[in-house]
Write a new protein. Sequence first.
Length: 370
Amino acid sequence: MNIPEPYASRVKAVRRSMTRAGIRGLLVTRPENRRYLSGYTARDTQIDESSGRLLVTPGRQYLVTDFRYRTQAEVEARGYEVVMSGPEAARTIGELARRTRLKSLGYEEDLITVKFFEALHRELPDIPIEPAAGLLSDLRLLKDAGEIKKIRRALGLTEKALRETWAFLKPGRTEIEVARFLEEAMVRLGAEGPAFESIVASGPNAALPHAVPTRRKIGSGETIIFDCGARLDGYGADISRTIVLGRPKSWIKTIYRLVRQAQLTAIRGIKPGLTSDRADALARDVIEAAGFGPNFGHALGHGVGMATHEAPALSRFRSTRLEPGMVVTVEPGIYIEGRGGVRLEEMVMVTEKSVRLLNRDRTFYEWPEP
């Protein structure tokens, strides 16, 4: 059976990358990479329990799984030979490697347990087993038109869920209560589910960039950070908004407007050929010039696609050249310990000349743009 598109083109591309890297076989363990190459949608429940592993060789492609996923694998991973494995999946992969006479094997070093890695070495003691995660992360850097369409649909759905949550929100509701309402709204509107655990952080908790929703009751006049995204057709969205119920204090308006100015400066300045560290500096320079540099401790943004965080990272510590087709977030923030914080996040696609804003809903910006 032939592999259908777009998976056939992706498998061809990864084989070209394997050839350039001198790797004869590639073991794919990351769930989003499995789906990207095969259409197989099963998820892993935890890092040491896999629903399947792909093995791509120069002439064949296999999906190694177990009884629980056999039917799903055969239906979804068309063009792949589905191979049943017992509890020792490394043994099955070793048998396939020997059957196809592989001389080397690449693996995704950023998502594999030491236990499984050691089992592979025991099964294949005579061939090099080499890190190769970059082959797939590089392949997924540039999104095609179909991927952009799916991302925009996920974004639109997220914005609708946020509007429903805005109507539900009122002083006295807890962060957890609001976060669950938001995620339920995503599913009700058609999402597979949230792309990641939603953040609803109010008052002092809004000073924590990756706060976990608590039973704290949301009050008036304080910042409330929402960071959320729906997953649809395998692709995720990522949006951050900061809102205030009632009348905001003057310090909130000050940092809100500053964060928005930094965000707009970056969106207007990002273009192909710019490196990711310079993109970060576009926003960071604005915040530092106002004296809030120490309060903006994370990167400006990151790639989004099948994974919530993927390359490229818009970070002062990375220098990736931006190219048309990359999709990234632009999310500066200022966090004041013990008081609150502001983060604003949009998703943009790098185009031939600048960037295209993928978000559509502007209703969550409370004050005029600077």
